[in-house]
Ligand binder design. Structure first.
Ligand code: AMP
Ligand code: MN
Ligand code: ZN
Length: 892
C-alpha cells in the first residue's frame, strides 16, 4: 500500500521511471534514501517479508495465546500494538481517500466491518495502482482517460466542441472515446449504501419544500428510523420496506409521487403564456463556470437560484459499472453563469436543491427530461415542479429533428457533437473537454427556451394552446416515477424472446439459470447485467451448453471478469440445464404466460465501455446524424418514445404486487405438488424475499458458518428475522400440529409424486427447519409478550437460542424434516412473481404501479386532502430570508 502511494508521486514527476527501457533521463532521488523505484520496491518487499515472519511467530490462537494473555503486560502490549496497527491502516486508507473507521472498537460487528473496509480499500488502492501502472506503461501519458482494451486508438484530434466546419479530417480521426479503463468506483465513497435489493423503489425524500400537501409522516419520521431493530445492516430503504410490510402502515404513501398533488395543482403563470423577448446567451468564453463539489458552494448556488425565475438543467449518467446507474454530473446554467455540480461527491446533499427544483415560480428548462426526472428521484430524492422540456417543444413545433444538437444548430448556429455523451462520466478530476462539453448542454438552453416559446405562439397565431400543450407534457414528465428493475421468475422469458432464437428445454433452462445468476451477481457486486455477462454471450452459452468450463470461456470474447472468476459456478448451472429432459421447447406457449414489469432495458450497447459486444468497426461513429441511440432513446428520431401515451404503455406493464407475507396464488410447477407442499414452499419463499441480497445463496459465496457466527451480519439478520410476537407463535404451534397430521395423510397419498420432487423439496425445506425448531424451543422457554426495542438487538445476538422466530403470516402446513444447517433458498427458485403481480386479480394489496398513472386518485384515508394552498411542510423552513445558511439545513 505504501508502495502505491509512492509510485503515484513517481508517476507525477515522470511517468516512465518504472520501465527499464527509458532510462535516458537523469532524475532526482525518488524519495529520501531511495535512488529509484527498484530500490524502494526491494526495501518495501523486505519490510513486508519480515512483518509476515514476525506475525507468523506470534503466539498461536488457542491455548498458547490464552496462556500469554494471562500476563497483563502481554495484554497491554497487544492492545497498544493493535491500536497502532489500526491507526496506521486508517491513515493509509485515508490517504487513498477511502472510508476508514478502523479504530472503532466498540462495534459488535467490528471485526467484520473492518474487514470489509480493508477489502474495499484494497480494491480501491489496487485499482489506482493499476491506473498508475498503465500510465507508467504509456497507455495514458497525460491525465487523459485511457482507451478500452483492444481498441485501436484513433489519431486523436481534440477540437473545440463547437468548432465550425470539418477541416480537421474524417470523422474516424476526430473520434475520441473518453473512457477510462480503471476508474475508482464512486460507490465506495457514498454515504448511503446503494440498495440493489429486489424490492420496489421507495422515494428518498424526507423533507418537502414548497409543499401544498404535507409530506406523509412516513417520510418525515425517516430520520428516527435508526431506532428500529431491523435497520442496522440493511439499506435504509429495504429496512423501511420490511418495517412497513410488517406493520402495514403507510404502504400507500411509500409509493406515491411526493409532489403529485403539487404537480396536479400547478397552474402556469400568465406571463409564461405570453410572448417573451428572447434574451441572447452570453458568449461561452465570457461566462463564468463554477465547479461545485462542496456543500457550502451548493448552498450558495441554491441561494442564487432562489432569486431567479428560470434556469436550465442537465445531467450526465453512467450505467455500465453500476446495477441501477449513477448520476455523475449536474449542469445548471442561469442567464449569467454556468455551474457544474459533482453529484458523485454531493450525492447525499443534493436534496437541498428541492427548494428551487420544486418551486412553482421558477421554471426549470431541460432538454429531454424523461430520464433525468427518474435519475433525480433515484439518486437524490429530487423532484421538479414547473418544467419546460425543449424536446417536447421541438415535437410540438414539428421540427425536423428533436435532438439538442439540432436545436443548437437551428437557434444558435452552434455546431456540436455528442461525442462525449457516452464518455465515462465517473472520471475525476473531470478532463477539461468533458467540462466544456457538459456546460454547453445547458449554456444555450434558456435562449432556446425563449425562442421556442415565441415560435410556439407564432405558429399558433398568437394563441397559447400549443405552448400550454408543451407545459402540460412537461408536467407529465415530472409526474414520472422511478421504477426499480424487479427480478421475477419470468423475467428471463422476455429477454429470451428478444434473442430471436428458438431454444429447446435444456437451452431454455440454461438461459433461465444464467439469467438468475447474472441478476443476482449484478445486484450483489453493483455492476450492470451487461458488465457481468452480456446477453449475447449468455445466449451463446445457453445455445451451446458447453460440457467443459473452458467451453463457457470460449463463448465469451472478451471474457467478462466475473465470468472468468465464477466459471465453475456457471459450469454447474450449465450441467444442471443439460440434465433436464430434452424436449422441443414450446417457448411460444411459455411466452404467453404473461409480461413482467418494467425491467432494466436490455441494452444493446451499454456505453463505449462495453466493448464486449461490438467490434471496433461497429463502434458508433458519433456523428450528429446517426446517434447510437439505443438505451435511453433520448433523441432518436425513429423512436417515438416521447409520444407514446402513458395509458397505452400501462397496459403492457404488469403492475407490481407487494405481498411479502401474503399467500400468493402462484402458478404451479410442472410437477404438481400436493397443496400442503406448495404452501410450505411458498412460505419458505416468502421467508427469503427481503433479505435475499444479504443471505448466502446455496452456500456458494458465503461461508455457511457465518450463519452461526454471532459476529457476522448474516447471523444478526437471520436472528432478527426470526423475531416475532408470542401470539404468532402460539397460533403457529397449533397450526403446526394440524399441519403435521395433514402432512402425514398427504404423504401416503402422494408418495409417488414426492419421490419425483423429493430432492428439490428437501433442499428448500432446510430453511424452515432451524427456524421451526427454534420456534418450538423458544415456545417452550419463552412466555412474556415482548416489544421490539433496540436493546433487543444485542440480546438477540448473544442468546440466539432464546429468540423467537418470525415467519410468514400463514403458518406452515407441512412437516419439515429436522435439519441442522440453515440453507437459504436458492435464488433462482424463489417465487418473486409476487412483485410482478402476474396474478393480480383477487389481490387486495396496495399496488404502487397502478397509482403511477392515476394522478387524480383520492388521498389515503386519514390524510387531509389539502392543507391549504401555500402551506409549506411543517418540517421545512419557511422564511426565505433564513435560507442558505448551512446550519439551516436539516442534518441527514
Ligand atoms: P444528455 O442528456 O445528452 O447529456 O445525456 C445524458 C446521459 O444519458 C449521458 O451521460 C449518457 O449516460 C446517457 N445517454 C445519452 N444518450 C445516450 C445514448 N445514445 N445511449 C446510451 N446512453 C445515452
Ligand atoms: Mn440530458
Ligand atoms: Zn448532457
Amino acid at each position: 500500500m505504501m508502495a502505491t502511494g509512492k509510485s503515484r508521486d513517481s508517476t507525477k514527476s515522470g511517468p516512465k521511471e518504472a520501465s527499464s527501457d527509458t532510462n535516458d533521463e537523469e532524475k532526482p532521488e525518488l524519495c529520501a534514501g531511495f535512488k529509484d523505484v527498484d530500490a524502494f520496491v526491494k526495501y518495501g518487499l523486505g519490510a513486508v517479508l519480515s512483518a509476515t515472519k514476525a506475525s507468523a511467530s506470534l503466539p498461536q490462537a488457542g491455548d498458547e495465546y490464552d496462556f500469554y494473555r494471562s500476563f497483563p503486560g502481554f495484554q497491554e502490549f497487544c492492545e497498544s500494538q493493535g491500536d497502532k496497527l489500526l491507526l496506521c491502516m486508517s491513515q493509509i486508507m485515508q490517504y487513498h481517500g477511502c472510508r476508514s473507521l478502523m479504530r472503532d472498537r466498540n462495534k459488535l460487528t467490528g471485526v467484520e466491518e473492518r474487514f470489509d473496509l480493508v477489502v474495499d480499500s484494497n480494491d480501491a488502492i489496487l485499482e489506482r495502482a493499476g491506473i498508475l501502472l498503465d500510465e507508467a506503461d504509456g497507455v495514458n501519458r497525460s491525465q487523459q482517460p485511457v482507451m478500452p482494451a483492444g481498441f485501436q486508438p484513433p489519431k486523436i484530434v481534440v477540437s473545440s466542441w463547437n468548432r465550425k466546419g470539418s477541416g480537421s479530417g474524417s470523422r474516424a480521426e476526430m473520434f475520441r472515446l473518453l473512457h477510462a479503463k480503471n476508474v475508482a468506483r464512486p460507490q465506495l465513497k457514498f454515504k448511503e449504501k446503494i440498495d440493489n435489493s429486489n424490492t420496489p423503489f421507495i422515494p428518498k425524500i424526507f423533507i418537502k419544500p414548497n409543499a401544498l400537501k404535507p409530506l406523509p409522516s412516513y417520510f418525515t419520521s425517516k430520520q428516527s428510523r435508526k431506532q428500529r431493530p431491523e435497520d442496522h445492516n440493511v439499506p435504509a430503504a429495504l429496512a423501511d420496506f420490511i418495517h412497513q410490510q410488517r406493520t402495514q402502515e403507510h404502504v400507500e404513501d411509500m409509493f406515491a409521487h411526493p409532489y403529485q398533488f403539487e404537480l396536479n395543482h400547478l397552474s402556469i403563470q400568465e406571463s409564461l403564456l405570453s410572448k417573451p423577448e428572447p434574451q441572447m446567451y452570453k458568449p461561452i468564453t465570457d461566462t463564468k463556470c463554477s465547479f461545485i463539489d462542496s456543500l457550502e458552494d451548493l448552498v450558495a448556488l441554491n441561494e442564487k437560484l432562489c432569486k431567479l425565475s428560470e434556469f436550465a438543467v442537465d445531467l450526465e449518467h453512467h450505467s455500465y459499472r453500476s446495477f441501477l446507474g449513477l448520476t455523475c454530473l449536474m449542469q445548471i446554467s442561469t442567464r449569467e453563469e454556468d455551474f457544474i455540480i459533482d453529484t458523485l461527491e454531493l450525492r447525499s446533499e443534493l436534496y437541498i436543491l428541492n427548494e428551487v427544483f420544486t418551486d412553482p415560480s421558477i421554471v426549470k428548462v431541460f432538454h429531454g427530461a424523461d430520464s433525468d426526472i427518474e435519475w433525480l428521484q433515484r439518486d437524490f430524492g429530487l423532484y421538479v415542479v414547473n418544467l419546460f422540456d425543449t424536446h417536447q417543444a421541438s415535437r410540438a413545433l414539428n421540427m425536423a429533428r428533436h435532438s439538442l444538437d439540432h436545436l443548437l444548430k437551428h437557434y444558435c448556429s452552434v455546431d456540436s457533437d455528442k461525442r462525449y455523451q457516452l464518455a465515462d462520466w465517473r472520471i475525476r478530476p473531470l478532463p477539461d473537454e468533458m467540462v466544456q462539453y457538459a456546460r454547453t448542454d445547458t449554456h444555450y438552453l434558456l435562449y432556446i427556451y425563449d425562442r421556442m416559446r415565441v415560435q410556439l405562439l407564432d405558429t399558433n397565431h398568437g394563441q397559447p394552446g400549443l405552448l400550454q400543450c408543451v407545459w402540460s407534457r412537461s408536467k407529465d414528465i415530472c409526474l414520472k416515477k422511478y421504477v426499480k428493475p424487479i427480478y421475477t421468475e419470468e423475467s428471463y422469458l422476455e429477454l429470451q424472446r428478444k434473442q430471436k432464437k428458438s431454444f429447446n428445454t435444456q437451452q431454455l433452462t440454461a438461459f433461465r439459470l444464467l439469467f438468475a445468476w447474472r441478476d443476482k451477481l449484478a445486484r450483489q457486486e453493483d455492476e450492470s447485467t451487461g458488465y457481468v455477462l452480456p446477453t449475447h454471450m449468455m445466449s451463446k452459452i445457453s445455445e451451446e451448453l458447453p460440457k467443459e468450463p473452458q467451453g463457457i470461456i470460449a463463448c465469451c470474447s472478451p471474457v467478462p471478469p466475473l465470468v472468468r472468476q465464477q466459471v465453475n459456478e456457471l459450469h454447474l448451472l450449465v450441467q444442471e440445464a443439460r440434465e433436464t429432459p430434452l424436449l422441443k421447447a414450446e417457448i411460444d406457449a411459455q411466452k404467453k404466460k404473461g409480461l413482467t414489469p418494467i425491467k432494466k432495458l436490455e441494452v444493446v450497447l451499454f456505453g463505449p465501455h462495453d466493448t464486449s459486444r461490438v467490434s471496433d468497426s461497429d463502434l458508433p461513429p458519433f456523428s450528429t446524424d446517426e446517434l447510437p441511440v439505443k438505451q435511453g432513446l433520448l433523441f432518436s428520431e425513429d423512436e417515438p418514445r416521447m409520444d407514446v401515451d402513458v395509458q397505452k404503455t400501462h397496459s403492457l406493464i404488469a403492475p407490481a404486487k407487494i405481498s411479502l407475507f401474503e399467500e400468493t396464488e402462484t402458478e404451479i410447477d410442472q410437477e404438481s405438488l400436493p397443496v400442503s407442499r406448495m404452501k410450505a414452499r411458498r412460505i419458505i419463499e416468502s421467508f427469503e424475499n427481503p433479505f435475499k441480497m444479504y443471505l448466502p445463496s446455496s452456500g456458494v459465496h458465503v461461508n455457511k458458518n457465518a450463519k452461526f457466527d454471532p459476529s457476522t451480519k448474516i447471523f444478526e439478520i437471520s436472528k432478527r428475522w426470526k423475531l416475532q410476537s408470542i401470539e404468532q407463535q402460539t397460533r403457529e404451534m397449533e397450526d403446526k400440529k394440524k399441519a403435521k397430521e395433514e402432512a402425514k395423510e398427504r404423504a401416503k397419498k402422494a408418495a409417488e409424486e414426492r419421490n419425483k420432487t423429493k430432492k428439490s423439496y428437501q433442499e428448500s425445506l432446510q430453511n424452515v427447519a432451524t427456524v421451526r425448531q427454534q420456534a418450538a424451543e423458544s415456545a417452550k422457554g419463552g412466555g412474556q409478550k415482548r416489544e421490539r426495542v433496540p436493546s433487543e438487538v444485542e440480546e438477540s445476538t448473544s442468546k440466539p437460542s432464546k429468540k423467537q422466530m418470525k415467519s410468514a403470516e400463514k403458518p406452515p402446513k407441512s412437516d419439515p424434516p429436522p435439519q441442522d444447517t440453515f440453507k437459504p433458498f436458492d435464488y433462482s427458485q424463489s417465487d418473486l412473481k409476487v412483485f410482478a403481480g402476474t396474478k393480480a386479480k383477487d389481490n387486495t394489496q396496495f399496488d404502487p404501479n397502478r397509482q403511477a398513472h392515476d394522478h387524480k386518485k383520492k388521498f389515503p384515508k386519514g390524510q387531509k386532502s389539502n392543507s391549504g394552498a401555500g402551506n409549506r411542510s411543517m418540517s421545512y423552513l419557511t422564511g426565505r430570508s433564513e435560507r442558505g445558511f448551512r446550519h439551516n439545513w436539516p442534518k441527514r
